[in-house]
Write a protein of this length. Sequence first.
Length: 132
Amino acid sequence: EIVPLSSQVLKSDQDFRFELRYKITQDIPVRFGISIIDEKSGGSASIIDDQLRGPNGELRLSSTSKGEYSFKYKLPLKLFNNRDFYVKASLFKIEGDKSEIVAYIPDEKVCRFAVRGGEYDGGLLRQKGEWL
């Protein structure tokens, strides 16, 4: 499950924080992945895909033995325009270079959040390119 730790309606100068919790019933190596998705896109593409990483950016296993686990996540919203978003997560069994989904959060249990209060300029992100 994904549990919000901050307000679910935020301004773009704030951070959205949540905790990902899961229970594993077998001694198997697993890694989770999250996706941040724009509501208006209909879930067709994620804006951000992320996984647990070590200090040098390498992918890290989130657990190898049965038990209950939780991980906290912070998403700075400074690049986000006023929109509605949600977070989904999947749990992958890892065998060498291969991974297989063993659990996921269904659409009716995703964690929703919204960015409000800034000047909306039409794009999904506030970041602009540079004219040369």
